[in-house]
Design a protein around this ligand. Sequence first.
Ligand code: ADP
Ligand code: MG
Length: 253
Amino acid sequence: MTEKKEFILTLEGVNKTFDGFKAINDLNLYMDEGELRVIIGPNGAGKSTMLDIITGRTQPDTGKVEFGKNTDLTKLNEYQINRLGIGRKFQTPSVYVEHTVLENIWLSLEGSRSVWSTLFARIGSTQRDRIQEILQTIGLVDRANVKAGTLSHGQKQWLEIGMLLSQNPKLLLVDEPAAGMTDTETAKTGELLMSLAGKHSIVVIEHDMVFVRQIARKVTVLHQGHVLSEGTVDEVQNDERVIEVYLGRKKKH
Ligand code: ADP
Ligand code: MG
């Protein structure tokens, strides 16, 4: 027998019903360490619920949800799961608008827990280097000292990704990062996520197929809480079952 492969994330036979409605239906998902996985699927397919289950916001009725080899996420609460190194970015950016970009990163750095104690402290040189590195990664070095409230929508999203990065997450969950972005911002977001893959494992939920094509190696299509198809963008786009779900028709031959 071959040894069981070690995944960074394993969902197996996961089910979740809300008031009799099966939002997640025998869901299986396996992610390699360092992978950038894109999840697509029609509205109501269960994509956000899947993230809720991974992050401990929602308890599955049944099934296995494991981080790494041995950590059963169903036994932990949201805070504990976050502390394990699972960071989530919601659709709407939530940054401290009255603070500068640099301060926002500083505030979210590992160990800097309280807004006030942090702002009255001095930034240490190690922290300064780390902040600079994050600002470079997210492309906001020249915006470091402006108030976050003055940033464009896209820049706020990048800042929030930077705030997540400051916590050194092993697994990053990103829900529809390109929503509301200009084409240029969308392309830059794609580059950012691709630059993070490898160092982090990343799950990206997205609708914009141009964006999906830009970043995706492996795509998982969710439909009615279940994996309908999985593969490269071309493979899933040519999959009869996917065509039927998205276009409501069979592919012509
Ligand atoms: P997606 O993100 O793919 O659009 P969701 O995961 O948000 O889909 O939703 C899947 C289904 O589960 C939807 O029909 C939604 O109404 C339902 N749902 C999600 N969360 C809850 C909840 N907390 N309570 C009741 N129904 C929910
Ligand atoms: Mg959603």
